[in-house]
Design a protein around this ligand. Structure first.
Ligand code: ADP
Ligand code: MG
Length: 463
């Protein structure tokens, strides 16, 4: 529990009480007692709430059925909450045997038989997020290759390429695609043994096995799977013995023609602290990267997610978000959730001003810092004038107009003062800058194609 943030945490606790109350009203006493009462609030770190439950089974059920309402009720209480995670707590075990209702016990026994044969696999494989399916994945240019490759692996009878190596920056959908593959395989071929785990967890199990001197059993576990997915292998780099083990397991699986799927934040060539032989072997199959999102894909994702919300968000706001939040899908989702919670709270449509206020932090962090030099460069390229003309004294319209646009953009996209901007444009006076800004504003209002040009420049500079 967080000690130093105890005041904040007290507030979070109070919110939890309210959230539970609301849920109780919504789902009724019986369901509440079975599923919600057993959840305990563990901590809150950077806006992420961590709840704990006594078993993996309960966790899965809660994620499937209740996580969304917990999230939305909590957001209404506190807009700063950006995520809710449910973990399984060991010391809750005692509590469950005293407290758990017969419904859970019944459900658990029923499930036990089903799972028995695959006990080991399920116990080491991490839980899959039920929302991370192929049908919930929006495809665009930046991720079409990764998506197609993932589908192929999930649908093939044999092993189409080995390994499938997915890489890309944070929040671009690597984990989503891996879970989607696992869901699809489980649906098509329930008997295939699929293990999904983070590289960190792999390491943890391996170190534990080393300590208990049962690395043989460890290896056997992995060697009996049909599909092994290891997420975020960049975290394995550096740890020699784990890497060694990973390498052996990896080779053994490939030799047996078992499907491997690996993800990382970089390509095999660029992964640091990984042995050469490992690096080259990782690149043997298909390497598919997810590129940074384009405006179109960001908008597409927002539109798809918006449809699933209860509150509706106007199209111009979605465009605004797609324009401003460029970093990754996680942030887009976060923004959307906050807006939807807010709009259902105030009960009216959201406008841009509200958005700017509500999402101040997100908008600031994803705003790319543009400087005057970049602006001058882009503008001169765009209008085909010399960069030096940005500061020259030439006054012909073909040169003066682009220069004015560059001044205008410098005023709007950077935090530089008017005199400073003037200085950077060939020591001009700040009144010249004011004049340029006014002129460009006037032209943007009057002339649509001029306005489009300026918008295009802004987009290019900000992305
Ligand atoms: P990564 O593992 O690459 O860091 P995740 O797979 O965890 O990223 O994705 C972050 C969030 O964004 C998840 O909630 C995921 O569902 C969502 N997401 C990512 N890409 C897409 C997409 N193309 N369509 C829909 N949702 C996406
Ligand atoms: Mg991930």
């Amino acid at each position: 529990m967080v000690e130093d943030n105890s005041k904040d945490f007290t507030e979070i606790q109070a919110q939890w009480v309210t959230v539970r109350g609301r849920i109780r009203q919504k789902i009724g006493d019986a369901q509440f007692k079975s599923w919600i009462k057993i959840i305990s609030l563990k901590e809150c770190v950077d806006g992420k709430i961590i709840l704990s439950v006594p078993s993996a089974f309960i966790r899965t059920r809660i994620i499937e059925q209740y996580l969304d309402i917990i999230k939305s009720y909590w957001l209404v209480q506190n807009l700063k909450v950006n995520d809710i995670e449910i973990v399984i707590t060991e010391d809750n075990k005692a509590k469950i045997s005293e407290n758990s209702s017969s419904e859970i016990k019944k459900a658990e026994t029923k499930n036990k038989d089903h799972y028995k044969q695959d006990d080991i696999f399920n116990s080491i494989s991490s839980d899959l997020d039920t929302r991370f399916t192929f049908s919930n994945f929006i495809v665009g240019k930046p991720n079409e290759l990764a998506f197609a490759a993932a589908r192929r692996v999930a649908e093939s009878k044999d092993v189409p390429f080995n390994p499938l190596f997915l890489y890309g920056g944070v929040g671009l959908g690597k984990t989503h695609l891996m879970h989607a593959i696992a869901h699809e395989i489980k649906k098509r071929k329930p008997l295939r043994r699929v293990i999904y785990m983070s590289a960190e967890k792999f390491m943890y199990y391996f170190i534990k096995a080393l300590r208990f001197k049962n690395t043989v059993a460890f290896k056997e576990q992995f060697r009996n799977v049909d599909v092994l997915m290891i997420d975020d292998v960049q975290f394995i780099s550096g740890k020699d013995s784990t890497q060694e083990e990973f390498f052996h397991t990896f080779n053994a699986l490939i030799d047996q023609n078992k499907q491997l799927i690996i993800s990382a934040d970089k390509s095999p060539q660029d992964l640091e602290g990984i042995e050469e032989r490992m690096r080259s072997r990782l690149g043997w199959g298909l390497v598919a990267d997810i590129h940074p999102l384009t405006y179109e894909l960001r908008l597409g994702i927002l539109q798809a997610k918006e449809e699933k919300l209860t509150a509706s968000i106007p199209p111009n706001i979605l465009e605004f978000l797609a324009h401003k939040i460029t970093s990754n899908v996680r942030e887009l989702e976060g923004a959307l959730n906050r807006l939807s919670a807010f709009s259902s709270l105030v009960g009216r449509e959201i406008n841009i001003d509200m958005v700017q206020d509500l999402l101040k932090d997100l908008l600031k962090s994803s705003q790319r810092k543009v400087n005057i030099e970049e602006i001058q460069k882009k503008v001169s390229q765009h209008f085909n004038v010399k960069m030096s003309d940005m500061s020259s004294s030439r006054r012909s319209r073909t040169i003066a107009r682009p220069r004015q646009i560059a001044m205008y953009l410098s005023k709007n996209l950077t935090s530089r003062s008017l005199p400073e901007i003037g200085r950077r444009f060939g020591n001009r006076d700040h009144t010249t800058v004011i004049h340029a800004v006014k002129k460009v504003e006037e032209l943007r209002n009057k002339d649509d194609s001029f306005d489009e040009d300026v918008q295009l420049l802004i987009r290019m500079l900000e992305s």
